[in-house]
Ligand binder design. Structure first.
Ligand SMILES: Nc1ncnc2c1ncn2[C@@H]1O[C@H](COP(=O)(O)OP(=O)(O)OP(=O)(O)O)[C@@H](O)[C@H]1O
Length: 305
């Protein structure tokens, strides 16, 4: 588990992260979302002890990174997709990492197998495609068999096959009971990948909870309904002060479940030909919530001291 409490980071007068508290639970993939400059990378660096919080703290399974005895065995990270790789073979690169961290050599072949790089283990990593480099990065993160894994924008620049591979792989790691925390600006990708979300805007927490709830909360509840008695339906809704809009001969009804709307039509003797709940996209939810956050912040120019 990752647990941040009051996490704050100032760079001079810039507040990159402010009073951020959240939990990332094991056994599932948690997405970390926010617009550019929201503070995601800074937060990840603080989790990994690469940056010191100005205030607050973040713990990995109850300990600060600096206090971990064997960090690679507790937490693995894939931080930069575009790092320039040395002229070593994939296997030699991993052996070098393993040796310097007291990890047995046998683990190198295990992780190469896990990420599907066994057949190119002896090839120079410098000649690898981005997708293969990502796999190698993940192999490095897995060397110490850590319980907690961080991925910073792991699918950037990957082709659909590479994206699909990483998504499936992260799910498999989560199912083994690991804590998986993955940042991305590809929101539709996150909707398919992450069960839970931590959403930040301008360094502050906007939302923490399930992906489903995030979308519902932000886009509201709407049901699309079509009837051969549209006048009767409009009247029934208006009498009950239920708001709706018209769309292609159908009505979009707000703040009722489809069950409630079906019951209402039944009791009013109205036949329905369509009754379908509309879920908004994660993009819509994100724009609405982060947009509000930006407006809110311009309206309250309060800077923490
Ligand atoms: N080393 C630094 N020195 C000064 N300012 C910094 C530093 N690192 C980050 N910042 C600032 O902190 C804020 C948060 O940046 P950060 O990179 O954490 O955001 P992000 O959410 O990861 O954005 P992106 O998606 O663009 O990578 C930005 O305003 C950034 O300019």
């Amino acid at each position: 588990m990752i647990e941040a409490t009051g996490l704050t980071k100032h760079y001079g007068t810039t507040v990159a992260v402010r009073d951020l508290s959240f939990r990332v639970e094991p056994g599932r993939v948690t997405g970390f979302l926010g617009p550019n400059g929201a503070g995601k990378s800074t937060t990840m660096r603080m989790i990994l002890g690469l940056d010191r919080p100005t205030r607050g703290e973040v713990l990995i399974d109850g300990q600060r990174y600096a206090d971990l005895r064997l960090p690679l065995r507790e937490v693995g990270a894939l931080l930069d997709a575009n790092w320039r790789h040395p002229n070593r073979s994939a296997r030699n690169h991993l052996r070098w990492m393993a040796t310097s961290n007291g990890i047995p050599d046998s683990r190198v072949d295990e992780v190469l197998e896990l990420v599907g790089l066994s057949s190119v283990a002896k090839k120079r990593a410098g000649g690898f495609s981005l997708g293969m480099l990502q796999r190698l990065g993940i192999a490095s993160a897995l060397l110490g068999d850590p319980r907690v894994l961080l991925f910073d924008e792991p699918v950037n620049g990957l082709d659909p096959e590479g994206i699909q591979w990483i998504r499936t792989f992260m799910h498999a790691l989560a199912e083994e009971g690991r804590t998986i925390f993955v940042s991305s600006h590809l929101l539709s990708e996150m909707a398919q990948t992450a069960r839970d979300l931590v959403v930040i805007g301008k360094g502050s927490l906007i939302y923490q909870g399930t992906t489903d709830d995030f979308v519902h909360r932000a886009t509201g509840r709407t049901v699309r309904v079509r009837s051969p008695q549209p006048e009767d339906l409009r009247t029934a809704l208006t009498e009950r002060r239920i708001t709706f809009t018209e769309q292609d001969g159908a009505l979009l009804v707000s703040d009722l479940t489809s069950a409630e709307l079906g019951d209402l039509a039944f009791s009013a003797g109205i036949t329905l030909h369509e009754l379908s709940p509309q879920t908004g996209s994660l993009e819509e939810a994100f724009m609405q919530l982060t947009g509000e956050s930006v407006e809110f912040r311009t309206g309250t120019p309060k800077e923490p001291g």
